[in-house]
Design a protein around this ligand. Sequence first.
Ligand SMILES: [Zn+2]
Length: 260
Amino acid sequence: MVMLLPFSRLSMEDKLPMNINRYRGQIALEEISMEGQKKLSSAHVSIVGIGGTGSSAAELFSRIGIGTLTLIDPDVVAESDLHRQVLYSESDVGTPKVDAASNRLRAENGDLTILKFRNRLDESNAERLLLGSDIIYDGTDNFESRDTLNRVAVRTKTPLVMTSAVDYYGQVKAIIPGVTSCLACIGYPEEGENISCSTMGIFPPVLSFVAAFGVNLAVKILLSLPVSGDYYHLDMKSLTVTKITARINERCPVCGSQSH
Ligand SMILES: [Zn+2]
């Protein structure tokens, strides 16, 4: 049976302003509705790393009408990025990613406000670059940046969606300070465990899969829907998604009660 979208739920009283009209397909969803769309349209999402998962996520955030996007990335577009980083075209090679991405995203959605920083995020600049964020999306590709983001998110009490992908596999985890576990709650990887797409290879569709999963978690958080802090392991070889419990560690050096 084909299930029709419940457009009939939109009554005449809900007559939409033009800048909202484009979202009526998602406003028809009960969990979003007009109230939720207003929240999304006034939300500020920061994306750190607009490469593999970050560029797919940026496009989804833009199309669903997030009001303000902050883009942070120090790199320029390389030819070897084009097979997996969906925001960029051949003519963008050599252009800073923040510039190429903002041009593309503005063309997709003229209502979008974009703040762009061609910086490598670190402890010295993180709080300044992420100022005003309602949520942070982690599109970085190394553990050091991820660790910094985790610490900043906990310190500033800003929700964070972490994503990573390599080979045919991806991981996604939401961190809501004070509510869920953080990255450090389960301990840090051993020395030498820091693997990346360039060393291990990457199957491009896994990046869109991970990004869609991460954006879904971010939207849930923005709409105050229930989200756990568990890890989701996405496996495109076996076509499975596995939830791995990640409980708060009271002795966590970053978010635990003994760390304050
Ligand atoms: Zn923790």
